[in-house]
Design a protein around this ligand. Structure first.
Ligand SMILES: NC(=O)c1ccc[n+]([C@@H]2O[C@H](COP(=O)([O-])OP(=O)(O)OC[C@H]3O[C@@H](n4cnc5c(N)ncnc54)[C@H](OP(=O)(O)O)[C@@H]3O)[C@@H](O)[C@H]2O)c1
Length: 428
């Protein structure tokens, strides 16, 4: 029989134990598919004697994940601890210095250190794989680097944080406020220890930065991702946007333009009937547009033990089969710098205003928009209550700069009952 591929797994939490289960439960299937067995030599976690629901008794144990990475009986280090730096980065570097391949699910580490780790891996003839780091169980890195490799990618969009999509869709269905659903999500254990990673768009922004690098052949540039979280989205925005045929999503968009690389992870409106608009609960979706393939829509579980372990195993299986590829689909030293675009492409916007019950109030708003070149596509006014009335406006395509000019002039009209809300409408 061919030599087994011997894993060292650092991190035995949700994903790590999921990987152990697949290796144990599907041993025959994996061996048949790879033409060689996949085995586990040793594992590492913080606490040795913790019940994890899997039998670890036949594996070696290391308290230190760096020591695990250096073991002679480990061919591939599977890093599933998480964290930008610390033991995750140290053990990844130790493995690559020892000319061992690495599989990781760690988007935070790669979004920040991806370029240097890719250069180190490739200089040492190693592969560094991270399918599980982006959209959990959805094989999107593979789709870009293999199935769609013949395309020039024109745009990538994605809902890539299940917790945010859960919060937004739950608010809509149950008519609850952001704070109420945030607490619910927290009680259910859906939020990261630092919830701003989820609701602030940081976790999804990490994923978008990795996809951009693969799609556009650029160095990972997480600092270039324009981030806005969902914490200022109100139930009123969700309901009013729905009246106009839209749903609110925390949407990532990456696009190479003449002005530079656009990368944004912000709340956007998408048409209710579109694939992104129909996305419910914690499900993820990635939409890839290529010049030859047109639009490809990938949908599935973006997190959780099974889906994430499935993605980790797809990388392990590729290594067992001898499939090797540059980290970001082309040699790391050939990746271009990716200066962030200085301005976003024009788009339609949704405006929610609360106007005082004064004669000519609406006309003043329309004139102000017209003065800065923003034209109105659709408008809806609701009845007055307590001296003010909600007004919804959908603009034709305009720039954010023009819209900001209009917003700053609204104050002077003296007809606003509260600060207006403006949300970009993404054409999908
Ligand atoms: N959970 C998901 O659905 C999901 C989805 C996509 C990607 N990911 C990524 O997958 C990675 C792991 O996530 P997870 O949810 O499995 O995390 P987790 O449940 O918190 O598990 C982390 C594991 O790492 C171990 N660990 C932490 N610090 C360590 C150290 N200094 N030395 C040795 N071991 C250490 C912990 O040990 P103890 O158990 O002893 O505390 C634990 O077993 C992260 O990068 C995450 O972003 C997770």
């Amino acid at each position: 029989m061919s030599q087994p591929l011997r894993l060292g797994i650092a991190g035995l939490g949700t994903v790590g134990t999921g990987v152990v289960k697949i290796v144990q439960q599907h041993a025959a299937l994996l061996s048949a598919r790879c033409g060689r067995p996949i085995t586990i030599s040793a594992v590492s976690a913080r606490t040795r004697h913790k019940e994890r629901g899997v039998d670890l008794s036949t594996y070696g144990w290391e308290d230190d994940p760096v020591a695990l990475a250096k073991r002679d009986d480990v061919d591939v280090v599977v890093e599933l601890m998480g964290g930008e730096d610390g033991p995750a980065k140290a053990s990844t570097e130790a493995a690559l210095h020892a000319c061992k391949d690495v599989v990781t699910a760690n988007k935070a580490m790669l979004a920040v250190h991806g370029q240097e780790l890719a250069e180190l891996a490739e200089a040492n003839g190693c592969v560094l794989r991270y399918e599980a780091a982006v959209a959990g169980g959805i094989p999107v890195v593979k789709a870009l680097t293999e199935g769609l490799a013949g395309n020039k990618v024109t745009r990538i969009m994605g809902v890539m944080n299940g917790t945010c999509n859960y919060i937004l869709t739950r608010m809509e269905k149950a008519g609850l406020s952001y704070d109420e659903v945030f607490k619910e999500a927290s009680d259910l254990g859906y939020l990261e220890a630092d919830p701003t990673l989820d609701v602030g768009g940081i976790d999804a922004g990490h994923k978008l930065a990795l996809l951009s690098a693969v799609a556009f052949g650029t160095k990972v540039n997480f600092d270039g991702v324009h981030l806005e979280g969902i914490d200022r989205i109100t139930i009123e925005d969700i309901n009013r946007a729905s009246d106009m045929g839209f749903r609110v999503k925390l949407l990532g968009v990456a696009q190479m333009t003449g002005r530079g690389l656009v990368q944004r992870m912000t709340p956007c409106l998408v048409p209710k009937g579109s694939p992104l608009g129909r996305l419910e609960r914690a499900t993820n979706m990635v939409v890839i547009e290529g010049d030859s393939c047109g639009q490809i829509v990938l949908r599935g579980a973006g997190a959780g033990e099974g889906p994430t372990a499935s993605a980790v195993m797809s990388d392990v299986i590729d290594i067992a089969r001898g499939l090797r590829m540059p980290v970001f689909g082309q040699p790391a030293t050939s990746l271009a710098d990716a200066p962030a675009a200085t301005s976003a492409a024009p788009a339609p916007f949704y405006l929610r205003l609360s106007l005082l019950d004064k004669p000519g109030a609406l006309a003043k708003i329309a004139t102000t928009l017209g003065d800065v070149g923003v034209s109105i596509d659709r408008m809806r006014q609701y009845g007055h209550a307590e001296g003010s009335a909600p007004v919804l406006i959908v603009t034709h395509k305009t720039t954010r700069d023009a819209l900001d000019q209009a917003l700053s002039r609204f104050d002077a009209t003296g007809v606003l009952a509260e600060q207006p809300v403006a949300i970009r409408i993404e054409e999908v």
